[in-house]
Ligand binder design. Structure first.
Ligand code: NOJ
Ligand code: CA
Length: 676
């Protein structure tokens, strides 16, 4: 009876499912991940399984256009091809010098079976630790001017999961504390968004190579089904392009541990190789500057009695940098335009005119005698077209003055970027992460590269790995940084950095500006961190340029801790995550790219935690001196944040170390080969 009834019931109740057909498949090189493309009643879907278990249930693909019928029905497979790629490439600087790029690729073309007969390409690159897919719009007369109102890509997560996410489409760009909720309670999220399934799999959703396209937010449609929601544009549509073109890659990093997500190179690998050629003019390193005092409100960006960017103050910072071997000195508020309400007056900024009390050429010449370089600052206040008109002259001025890193800024609410295509024309409002801004950032990078200048953008568009293609995009903010500990309400919670490692940091380097050893913000607001944790951040939060962000007089009070900040490099040969759980803790070991040392950073959350780590990342055979900077007995961010201890131990690769993290705590270790 059952044998006879079952197919009948299936055919009657599920006619659509009965017609679903796998039209193309691809496995990852080690057969860990498997991707199927199905056509179900003319609708194209994709699905993923890992080691035979469903990860993404069949999920929709397609587009809705402003100027043409939607493209998602009546699709038929026109052609497929597969290939394998395995190559190792070298980063000019980074978390790892060598990066292996090993994937199987599936390309498929789908053509409408009715009416328009339009075609769309879908390419999947499948790795053992994740996958990316993108659409291609081939050259075809029926769809040349492509005006996208909505991308219909969906992600229907099969196993039940918990998510770590920040909201998208809200007034702030990316500067939120992380939410931890069931995936089924996510609203609209930015990527990278990370989830952990109930059976212990970690998945991060993001995108790679966001060029000339609008950022993808993830909007939950129902249950655990998410849909791409493209950031808006002033023009009404989300994206406008001329075929042929390809979209950014939609990515999933998939790993059995949180550390596996961080160790994956998927995002970089899905970007194009370096298009700038020789970039050896950029030097990774640390910088100090007129910055934290501004956020403390002890000095001001604007001119007047509190002005921070004076010749005298800057000379002191140059001396401080020279004395302790830091390469850069950032000076904010050096140029004309900050007086009054700078938030509202982006159009007043002049990027080639210093304030009268700031002698740029004199300071640049002085810095040069000490081997220090000024770090430029271009805060646009979101008057972005105004900035674009000046930027070439500004970069030329910087170049003349030995400035080879410029920090840019886009302070305004999301959706309030000011675009003016023609002088005196109307001012349109764009989003920080829309198509127009994705192109703006590339215009800045290309022009800066001409002048041998690297860019560190604050209030940026999110990082999708473009540093591979444009290596001078060395760092960006794009999350809550240390500045929130000066004036944030609330400041960053103790778990913040353990969230960042497994979410924001999957995109790329962050200019977090660590090292606030005074542990106090504006008006004495307490930072939710111990002293040791501020040191650990230099290892845990990667950036090739790291700010030594506190005031020189504060470091003078903590010379023991300061030693680690002096020693820690910013460029790495290899990186390993020794332990981690999203939002709980992260232990990362990195090998100096230009010396024998290994460095370990551990950060925790609000709980005290003991972690037992193996030192098997150290080369075998040798003995190593571990210079340990840890939370002292009784340390607690709330009650005893300065309890701090340094000690030395001789260890080898076969040893283990027990790390005792205080509430809000951390630990930093430098391993050097023992002198013979
Ligand atoms: C916000 C940046 O994140 C911060 O570092 C900078 O000091 C201010 N904008 C002013 O540009
Ligand atoms: Ca900021």
């Amino acid at each position: 009876m059952r044998l006879f009834l079952f197919p009948l019931a299936l055919a009657t109740l599920l006619p659509a499912a009965a017609q679903a057909a796998v039209v193309a498949s691809v496995d990852s090189p080690g057969k860990v991940l498997h991707v199927d493309l199905d056509i179900n009643d003319g609708h194209l879907t994709w699905s993923v399984s890992r080691l035979g278990k469903p990860v993404i249930a069949p999920s929709r693909m397609g587009f809705r256009f402003r100027n043409a019928e939607q493209l998602e029905r009546n699709l038929g497979l026109a052609s497929t091809s597969t290939s394998t790629f395995d190559d190792t490439w070298e980063q000019p600087w980074g978390e790892n010098r060598l990066v292996r790029n090993h994937y199987n690729e599936l390309r498929a073309r789908f053509t409408e079976t009715t009416r328009g007969k339009r075609s769309i390409d879908v390419t999947f690159r499948v790795y053992d630790d994740g996958l990316g897919f993108r659409y291609g719009f081939p050259d075809q007369p029926q769809l040349k001017d492509v005006v996208i109102d909505d991308e219909l890509t969906e992600f229907d997560v099969a196993p039940k999961a918990t998510a770590w996410w920040i909201p998208a489409g809200e007034w702030n760009r990316y500067e939120y504390p992380y939410n931890r909720t069931p995936l089924a309670e996510v609203g609209q999220a930015h990527t990278p968004m990370t989830i952990k399934t109930d059976d212990g799999l970690y998945i991060a959703f993001h995108e790679a190579a966001l060029v000339d396209y609008s950022s993808m937010w993830l909007r939950r449609v129902e249950k655990q089904r998410l849909r791409a929601q493209l950031s808006p544009s002033a023009d009404g549509w989300k994206v406008r392009r001329t075929a042929p073109f390809t979209t950014p890659w939609r990515t999933l990093q998939i790993a059995p541990s949180a550390g596996g997500l961080y160790e994956s190179n998927l995002i970089l690998n899905l970007n194009e190789p370096n298009k700038l050629g020789d970039v050896s003019w950029f030097k990774p390193g640390k910088f100090v500057g007129v910055w934290w005092s501004l956020h403390l409100d002890e000095q001001s960006w604007g001119t007047g009695p509190k002005h921070g960017a004076t010749t005298e103050t800057t000379r002191k910072y140059i001396d401080f940098a020279a004395k302790y071997g830091f390469r850069g000195v950032l000076v904010e508020g050096w140029n004309v335009g900050w007086d009054g309400d700078w938030f509202a007056n982006g159009w007043n900024f002049d990027f080639t005119k210093a304030t009268p009390d700031f002698d740029l050429p004199g300071l640049a010449a002085y810095a040069k005698t000490t081997g220090v370089h000024l770090v430029g600052h271009h805060e646009t206040g979101c008057a972005v077209s105004h900035y674009e008109r000046q930027m070439d002259a500004a970069f030329a001025l910087d170049e003349k003055n030995g400035i080879d890193v410029v920090k840019t800024g886009y302070v305004c609410d999301a959706g309030q970027i000011e675009r003016q295509d023609l002088p005196n024309g109307p001012v349109l409002r764009e989003w920080h992460d829309g198509q127009w801004m994705s192109n703006h950032h590339l215009r800045v990078l290309m022009d800066a590269a001409k002048h041998h200048i690297a860019i560190d953008s604050h209030e940026p568009i999110k990082d999708t790995g473009l540093r591979r293609t444009y290596p001078n995009w060395v760092a960006r903010e794009g999350a809550r940084g240390e500045e929130y500990n000066a004036w944030g309400n609330p400041p960053n919670p103790p778990e913040h950095e353990a969230n960042l490692v497994f979410t924001r940091m999957l995109g790329g380097p962050m200019d977090f500006t660590p090292g606030i050893v005074s542990l106090k913000g504006r008006n004495g607001q307490q930072i939710q961190s111990t002293l040791a944790k501020q040191l650990a951040l230099y290892v845990v939060i990667y950036s090739p340029i790291q700010m030594v962000a506190d005031l020189p007089e504060h470091y003078a009070q903590h010379m023991d801790a300061f030693q680690f900040i002096r020693d820690v490099p910013t460029d790495w040969e290899t990186t390993r995550v020794l332990a981690g759980e999203v939002g709980d803790y992260a232990v990362i070991a990195r090998k100096d790219r230009h010396g024998p040392g290994w460095y370990l950073g551990a950060v925790g959350d609000e709980q005290a935690r003991t972690l037992d780590v193996k030192l098997d990342f150290l080369p075998k055979g040798a003995r190593w001196v571990a210079e340990i900077y840890r939370d002292g007995d009784g340390a607690d961010w709330k009650t005893n944040p300065f309890a701090f201890a340094t000690e030395r131990k001789v260890v080898s690769a076969s040893d283990r170390l027990v790390l005792k993290l205080a509430p809000g705590g951390g630990e930093a270790i430098r391993f050097m080969p023992e002198a013979k």
